[in-house]
Design a protein around this ligand. Structure first.
Ligand code: NAI
Ligand SMILES: O=C(O)C1=NCCCC1
Length: 315
């Protein structure tokens, strides 16, 4: 059995996974998730095993989608104190045959996690922002900061992009890598001033974004602090903005931003995708992203179908 399992490296994933294909796949998955179980999606809340010695956790994220023919589990660790070039998140996705349960592939899921999270934020932004946003501000300068720049730039032509990080040298390096219209700003308030779209993607356990700094009508993709006791958004913003989530269940159990502020979730992004709920896009909006297993399942399946198509075309 084991010798037939395909092993897919992060490098191969990066070669084949493209936002023009991934964003619609994630949009469809968010819709099916919000219409489960009728849609054929089955996905429990992930299990998080705490590792107190390193303030980290191991997450187990199973998902099944009948219509996509995919059964998978992502195994993910978050060790926030990793340093010296070691990434803070590590992930593998295991795929199983839907009829036999036989494992078929193991994918390095670091790149998938980066891309599918940013693709989900792109879907949320598309549904919650009307018109053409001009300024993007990113708080954080790690893996998710980079992928969010590319996914959102795939949808919009931002005239200005600002990056803030608690360690300014990381923001400088990322800005230099991303292009001429991207600048690093040492002060978070200045970075988000007048921004139409804001991304928070830090490992902070306390707020990095204050409500008073956010332009009225702006949209925030709140990607970090996916732990019940951590938050990176000012509770006042969570209480006054229209808050959406990928999963209401996960937001209420896993998000310190939601729990500590007592925030109300207006709807899941999937309900907007399905047209079940109309977006309150004239208001300031927050997408609280937790990351859901169905995103990993369909993204992994997309990688394999791209590889199969490539193999077929070269035979
Ligand atoms: N919603 C979702 O689906 C996902 C959420 N995440 C979360 O997004 C956040 C960012 O993830 P990555 O970019 O992969 O991590 P990373 O480790 O690559 O980057 C984290 C960034 O936060 C900064 N940072 C670290 N400690 C900080 C502090 N105390 N205050 C302010 N900034 C601090 C770092 O300098 C770095 O720029 C994490 O909270 C992570 O758990 C990650 C993957 C998926
Ligand atoms: O869905 C994921 O992958 C993650 N979600 C929360 C934080 C770590 C990664």
């Amino acid at each position: 059995m084991v010798e037939n399992i395909r092993l897919i490296s992060a490098q191969v994933v990066e070669e084949v996974l493209k936002y023009d294909e991934l964003i619609p796949v994630i949009e469809s998955a968010l819709g099916k998730f919000s219409n489960r179980p009728q849609s054929g999606v089955i996905q429990p809340l992930r299990t998080c095993l705490r590792i107190p010695a390193v303030d980290g956790f191991l997450g187990v994220m199973p998902a099944y989608s009948e219509s996509d023919g995919v059964l998978s589990t992502k195994l993910l660790t978050f060790f926030p104190h990793n340093s010296g070039g070691l990434s803070t998140h590590s992930a593998l996705t295991v795929l199983f045959h839907c009829q036999t349960g036989v494992p078929t592939a193991i994918l390095d899921a670091d790149v998938i996690t980066a891309y599918r999270t940013a693709a989900a934020s792109a879907v949320a932004t598309k549904h919650l922002v009307s018109g053409s946003p001009k300024k993007l501000a990113i708080l954080g300068a790690g893996v998710q900061a980079r992928s969010h720049f590319y996914a959102l730039s795939h949808l919009y032509n931002f005239y200005e992009v600002t990056i803030w990080n608690h360690r300014p040298e990381k923001a400088k390096a990322l800005a230099a890598e991303l292009g001429n219209h991207v600048t690093s700003v040492d002060d978070a308030e200045k970075a988000v001033r007048d921004a139409d779209v804001i991304v928070t993607a830090t490992n902070s356990s306390t707020p990095v974004l204050k409500a008073a700094w956010v332009k009225s009508g702006a949209h925030v993709n709140a990607v970090g602090s996916c732990r019940p006791d951590w938050h990176e958004i000012d509770p006042l913003l969570m209480q006054t903005a229209a808050v959406y989530a990928d999963s209401k269940e996960a937001a209420l159990k896993e998000s310190g931003d939601v729990i500590k502020a007592g925030a109300t979730i207006v709807a899941e992004i999937g309900e907007l995708v399905l047209g079940k709920v109309q977006p309150r896009n004239s208001e300031t909006t927050v997408f609280k992203s937790l990351g859901i297993a169905i995103e990993d399942a369909v993204a992994a399946s997309l990688v394999l179908s791209k590889l199969d198509a490539h193999t077929a075309s070269t035979q």
